[in-house]
Design a protein around this ligand. Sequence first.
Ligand SMILES: [Zn+2]
Length: 414
Amino acid sequence: MISLSTTYAQGLGEILYDSHEIYYEKTITKRRFGYQTLVNRIEGLKKNNLFEVSIATKSTEGRNIYLIKCGTGKTKVMLWSQMHGDEPTATMALADIFNFLENKKDSSTRKINLILDNLREELLKKCTFYFVPMLNPDGAEAWTRYTNLGIDMNRDALALQTPEGQLLKQLVFDLKPDFGFNLHDKNRRYSAGQSGNLATMSFLATAYNEAEDVNPTRKRAMQIIVGMNQAVQLYIPNAVGRWVSDFEPRAFGDNIQKWGTTLILIESGGYKNDPEKQYIRKLNFVSLLTGLQMIANKSYKKQGVKEYEQLPINSKAIYDLIIRNVTIKKGESIFKADLAINRNERPVKGKDYFTNSSEIEEIGDMSVFFGTDEIEAMGMEIIAEKEIGLGSKADFQLVKEGKLIYTIKNGRIE
Ligand SMILES: [Zn+2]
């Protein structure tokens, strides 16, 4: 039986999903949109007195890290993104959420307008929001996980050697947010459980101790995640995962939960044919606003935690392409095997795009793995200009009885 809260969360989720293009921040269309693009958008918010924009600190390389405050409510919610420089999906969604809160444009139907207006009003009346988008601008510019010091900020919650990490701790201690959203990306090949479904989004109510106990602070995170998950399941069924929850004493998520803020971790993963993660950005928009509404109207209190516990744990079961049962010749040997191939992304320095370089990562029995693309190649043999092997680029043809069936070029089926 579908509970009332389920229906409601899905109802709002659908409206947000359908309305996303209205609020889509058009200056950001790619993952490597760059620091300055974000700064321009944030500077633009200063024109609207809904937002209080301040420079919270400077990064190691002297870039501004902004704090954006809005809303007048009692419940304090802090959202920060991109502490890992190459994890920008949620930053794009936050830019869209700024547009939603600004209410720049309207949707076409009055009924939808009314629902969205009510949501906006409720959020701003019940909550005060603190946004810190792109906490690691140096890493974002260099397209790396690390800060300019080469330190993983998410292992710096205790040592506090990075100015960016110092800021995050200081904000949590000064503002004492009731709720926190720690927004990341993860490897796009994670699966939801041991399945062929890419974990397009994953959630975690971070543990606050080694025993992974559930106290009221952490329980609230689980309850909110249940609603956020419901909102996106409609679009990515069985493609939502639960991030592994081992307590990490040096990580911010774990410590912030320990310091008393209800902490929700979101990890954006992969989605087929969405290399720039624009669809995942939209799903972030939907689930984040759903979560914020549950906080504003306290509807999370009606949720159980069972659905949270039932979310499949993230697993690594997926390759970009698996070719099964293909006949391979190597020297004098002729054998049948599966090939697991990935298209590894390489950032082009100083540009906003990537190149892809394919690699044969495994040869052998891949029956326990899945391919985002798969070919059943029984009876086919590999014809390649250069002999292929482990670690080689995936450029070859699949031929059956002398007839060309597939051409594989740099790991893609042509
Ligand atoms: Zn991360």
